[in-house]
Write a protein that binds this ligand. Structure first.
Ligand code: DX5
Ligand code: ZN
Length: 224
């Protein structure tokens, strides 16, 4: 059964036609999504190379939608300042890619953005124990990061529930983002397990009617 919580959507422009980025942004705005998600890949932490901080700064000039930067890079700490200056509203980086995670999270927060930690499918929730009380959000990857259009890894979904139990038992207020394989077919289970923000690339941008797909994702596929 779906809860009445308001689920938010972060639309990843990785899947958009980037020769027409204005159009992609208008699709996001017209569809009522809550964030624009930028997948920053460095060719090392993940196989592909994508955008840099200039792309984030340029997007900042053409939309008021909050910008959610997902850093899939090694040594993310050295890039934080660039994305703060670019006007990012939320920045997440990978637990697997940083050593001084506590410090990096605090740099993001001190810069005025929401600080998130992402974990890949092979990283357990238990690895978050020492920083869980300072994060603004945890982003559970339900695919191995690097590409859009992958099938959701079902075993990762239970981590949403584990995190939801932790936040309730410790009286914490971090949000749970889920990234990878999100669609109107998969969102119901993700929402029921406790997801607050659903990141979507292919299901949203490949849809004939992205606004309808966003509505269905939010509604857990049922249309409610
Ligand atoms: C994967 C990225 C995701 C990706 C999601 O490495 O972090 O944000 O774009 O793509 P879909 O929604 O197609 O799985
Ligand atoms: Zn992402």
């Amino acid at each position: 059964m779906l809860t009445s919580r308001k689920v938010q959507i972060s639309a990843s422009v990785l899947r958009a036609d980037l020769t027409k980025v204005d159009k992609a942004v208008r699709i996001c705005e017209d569809s009522g999504v809550d964030y624009i998600h930028i997948d920053v890949m460095d060719g090392h932490f993940v196989p592909q190379l994508t955008f840099g901080n200039k792309f984030a700064a340029d997007l900042r000039k053409i939309t008021k939608l909050p910008i959610d930067v997902h850093l899939m890079v090694n040594n993310p700490a050295i890039f934080i300042d660039d994305y703060l200056k670019a006007g990012a509203d939320a920045i997440s980086f990978h637990l697997e890619a940083d050593i001084h995670v506590n410090r990096t999270l605090n740099v993001i927060k001190a810069g005025g953005a929401r600080a998130g930690i992402s974990i890949v499918p092979s990283t357990p929730v238990a690895a978050l124990s020492e920083i869980i009380d300072i994060v603004d959000f945890v982003q559970i990857m339900t695919v191995n990061p690097g590409f859009s259009g992958q099938k959701i890894i079902h075993s990762s979904i239970r981590k949403i529930k584990e995190l939801d139990v932790i936040r309730k038992s410790q009286n914490l207020s971090f949000e749970i983002f889920v990234d990878g394989g999100v669609s109107s077919k998969t969102s119901g289970e993700l929402i029921n397990f406790g997801a607050d923000v659903l990141v979507t690339a292919s299901a949203f941008f490949d849809a004939d009617d992205p606004k309808k797909e966003a509505m269905l994702i939010r509604a857990g596929g049922s249309g409610l």
